[in-house]
Design a protein around this ligand. Structure first.
Ligand code: TRP
Ligand code: SF4
Length: 333
């Protein structure tokens, strides 16, 4: 049997190249030899965006289109929407009974997000429960693996602790653990910073979206800031100080990188010359995405159908787990 992988993504806007290189590309790879469950984490989005229902409402299906455009294959992977499965909420509630508050408070993303999102009041019960909800998402499918970037490792760790505690409290007389502990799957992903060198995000206005038109990509890259010390065309620059350089590292061959480095440090090329191969590489990468997206956008029913099928498939498994969980907790009498 193929090992099971579970991963979710929050619907908070159109997906950009950061999402693709940081997660989606890896999903496409994983689906080849894993039983993958990929879901729209709309409840998770509400933990931070509870005052912005429009964003969530309008991006759920768009996000699924972006997944499909990137090459996620609905014949191989199960795609669904978290909120269509109240079983996740039930497991969340049951796990909450025995989960110490301190375990949730010490997850690094908790304090970090509260302090870095001053515009949002995150002193809510729901936001504190974020990692517990995530644990429920994972444990309900008895996942073997959760693909993680560096920021999600702590969430998998607390998921393992929660599973261990559950099995200890309620499953001691069983041969198999009721909720098997998942492992973090550290796979190689590339982090692509935004146009200004900061973390790419739609809200920061420094993103290239997966579905940006070729002209838009060209404009955005041409306007990118470069090495601030390279003021005139005749000044030599240093790629290490330039936000364009990570794009070369991701998109360009060794030869092109050597050409750019040499040209930059000797003032042999201008910044627009340097950016041209990056522009072309992004446009080339987007080509198959655009083709697939157009097809799905012309057939919205097909997207709904894919999600419908996935949701029912997920439900079968989630129900079975909940049956075992209730029984283990003495709730099935
Ligand atoms: N917390 C994840 C993120 O922000 C999203 C998520 C929710 C998730 N539930 C999950 C990821 C379960 C993996 C498994 O990216
Ligand atoms: Fe950046 Fe390229 Fe310009 Fe050098 S030549 S500063 S690497 S854009």
């Amino acid at each position: 049997m193929r090992a099971r992988v579970v991963s979710g993504m929050r619907p908070t806007g159109a997906l950009h190249l950061g999402h693709y290189h940081g997660a989606l590309k890896n999903w496409v790879r994983l689906q080849q030899d894993h039983d993958c469950f990929f879901f729209v984490a709309d409840w998770h989005a509400l933990t931070t965006h509870y005052q912005e229902r429009q964003v969530i409402e309008h991006t759920v299906y768009d996000m699924v289109v972006d997944w499909l455009a990137a090459g996620v294959d609905p014949k191989r992977a199960t795609l669904f929407i978290q909120s269509r499965l109240p079983e996740h909420a039930e497991l969340f509630a049951l796990l909450a009974m025995g989960t110490p508050v301190s375990w949730l408070e010490r997850v690094p993303t908790y304090k970090h997000q509260i302090s870095t999102q001053p515009g949002r009041d995150l002193s809510t019960y729901g936001f504190l429960g974020y990692p517990l909800l995530q644990a429920a998402d994972i444990l309900i499918y008895r996942a073997n693996f959760v693909p993680v970037g560096e920021d999600q490792a702590a969430h998998v760790e607390v998921t393992r602790e929660i599973a261990r505690r559950f099995n200890h409290l309620y499953g001691r007389d069983r041969d198999e653990p009721v909720l098997p502990e998942p492992a973090a799957l550290f796979t190689e992903t590339s982090r692509l910073p935004g146009l200004d060198g900061e973390k790419m995000s739609k809200s920061a206005g420094n993103a290239i979206e997966m579905r940006d038109a070729p002209e838009v990509v060209e404009q955005k890259v041409r306007r990118m800031p470069t090495d601030p010390q390279r003021v005139r065309r005749t000044d030599a620059g240093d790629p290490a100080r330039c936000p364009v350089w990570p794009f070369h590292q991701l998109y360009s061959s060794q030869e092109t990188q050597a050409w750019a480095k040499q040209g930059c440090t000797t003032a042999g090329i201008g910044c627009l010359d340097c950016k041209q191969p990056v522009i072309e590489a992004i446009q080339r990468e987007q080509l198959p995405w655009r083709e697939r997206a157009e097809n799905y956008l012309a057939n919205p029913k097909q997207v709904h159908w894919i999600v419908e099928m996935g949701t029912e498939r997920a439900r079968t498994i989630a129900r079975q787990t909940m049956k075992d969980v209730r029984e283990a907790m003495g709730l099935s009498g």
